[in-house]
Write a protein that binds this ligand. Structure first.
Ligand code: PLP
Length: 443
């Protein structure tokens, strides 16, 4: 019996999500469209098996094929990134980063990471995250121009002598200064960890420099530019093994049984292997390079259309629209208006944001998913024109100063946008346009 027959409710939800994706443009830079082959492995019976432990040393019997899948995933990771060690079991990026803390720090040690409102990740020491409760977090910042403030990092590291320094972000449009930050970390004897969650695919494609010669540890998610299933990998470099020869054993123990995980998600591991297999093919190099070409083209056209961008452009797959020329806290307005026009982006803080993380003044968008659909620079011009037109429709709105007034104001805004003729027309154009670019995993 098909899912359609046995469980029509969930079947309909999946079909509706497929349609949403087919008829719109996914521009959240942390998302992508996986291949049918990745989905096939992910939907396989490998999900049935318990295999706590590691290949050749499990707590359950019957793992001979699971061992093969995990070993293959590890081997492909080593080949793709040029590292001597990999753990492919982390459920996702956040638990992977937690395992890194467990392997390298004691509770109470000082750690440094890019501040969340400056584009950093929750797990790098943000105040609402456990990483700042178990460890003493000293965040560093980006300058007004959008680049990491290296001088500040150096001064803070010398003052606070952290045990670990993170490099990596969820909203950073410039190339990461791995070399400069690694020198600072080495100067104070800290572990230097590159969290390449967003840019792993770009690194494999040669479209962003690799941290392999600079970092001790590298973590990555597998579902962003790497275009695999949701998941994560922890790598240790030669430099990391030289700093601590026992780091590999410590890391394995930190992932399991030391951390937040139980049995590995074997269907996910196998699907990661499939994604890495795809990433090792020459076509993926073209894909990764095209992501960046598209991002640069989109950024260029947006700026030509009068849209302001943080740092005036991009080196990678994403850009940040700065809406402060119109007013503060307008990110949600542009996000919602674009949503109504079938373009999915997310509101985001910008460096030195005059508003709050819940009502930030920027919007983050990127090109990994639309590049997967085969779009090129030509298409970026069209998309940029639509975004600039939508931005024009929201610029006269103002986030109320009085908190009580925000909700009703936004409700009214959404009603007006739903009736807005320009938005309606763009939505129709996006629909026609999207049909020309099928999504690999959706038949
Ligand atoms: C996305 C991301 C993560 C976390 O990934 P989840 O899989 O959502 O837990 C960690 N670090 C960075 C820099 C990220 O962008």
């Amino acid at each position: 019996m098909s899912l359609k027959q046995s469980d029509p409710k969930i079947y309909e939800i999946i079909e509706a999500e497929k349609q949403r994706k087919r008829e719109g443009l996914e521009m959240i830079p942390s998302e992508n469209h996986t291949s049918p082959q990745v989905l096939e492995a992910l939907g396989s019976i490998l999900t049935d098996k318990y295999s706590e432990g590691y290949p050749g040393r499990r707590y359950y019997g019957g793992n001979q094929f699971i061992d093969e899948a995990e070993r293959l995933t590890i081997a492909r990771t080593k080949e793709a990134f040029g590292v001597p060690y990999a753990n492919v079991q982390p459920y996702s990026g956040s638990p992977a980063n937690f395992a890194v803390y467990l392997a390298t720090c004691n509770v109470g040690d000082t750690i440094m990471g890019q501040n969340l409102p400056d584009g950093g990740h929750l797990t790098h020491g943000w105040k609402a995250n456990i990483s700042s409760k178990l460890y003493k977090s000293v965040p560093y910042h980006v300058k007004k121009d959008g680049y990491i403030d290296i001088k500040e990092v150096e001064a803070l590291a010398n003052e606070h002598k952290p045990k670990l320094i993170w490099c990596g972000a969820t909203a950073y449009v410039r190339e990461f200064p791995f070399e400069e930050l690694s020198k600072i970390a080495d100067g104070v004897g800290a572990f230097f960890v590159a969290d390449i969650a967003h840019i792993a695919g770009l690194i494999i494609a040669g479209a962003h420099k690799s941290p392999v010669n600079f970092a001790h540890i590298i973590t990555t998610t597998t579902h962003k530019t790497l275009r695999g299933p949701r998941g994560a990998i922890i790598m240790i470099t030669e430099k990391g093994l030289a700093k601590d020869p026992e780091l590999a054993e410590k890391m394995d123990k930190a992932v399991f049984p030391g951390g937040v995980q139980g049995g590995p998600h074997n269907h996910q591991t196998a699907a990661i292997a499939v994604a890495l297999g795809e990433a090792l093919k020459p076509e993926f190099k073209e894909y990764g390079k095209q992501i960046v070409k598209n991002a640069k083209a989109l950024a260029e056209e947006l700026m030509k259309g009068g849209v302001k961008l943080v740092s005036n452009g991009t080196d990678n797959h994403m850009m940040l629209i700065d809406l402060t020329p119109y007013g503060k806290g307008l990110g949600v307005f542009l996000q919602d208006a674009l949503d109504l026009a079938s373009m999915t982006v997310n509101k985001n803080t910008i460096p030195g944001d005059p508003s709050s993380p819940f009502y930030p003044s920027g919007v983050r968008l990127g090109t990994p998913a639309i590049t997967t659909r085969g779009m090129k620079e030509e298409e970026m011009k069209i998309i940029a024109t639509w975004i600039a037109q939508v931005a024009n429709e929201i610029k006269n709105y103002r986030l109320p100063e009085n908190k009580e007034e925000i909700k009703p104001y936004l409700k009214k805004f959404r009603e007006e946008m739903t009736e807005n003729q320009t938005i309606k027309e763009i939505k129709q154009e996006v629909l026609e346009f999207s049909k020309r670019f099928p999504i690999p995993g959706i038949s």
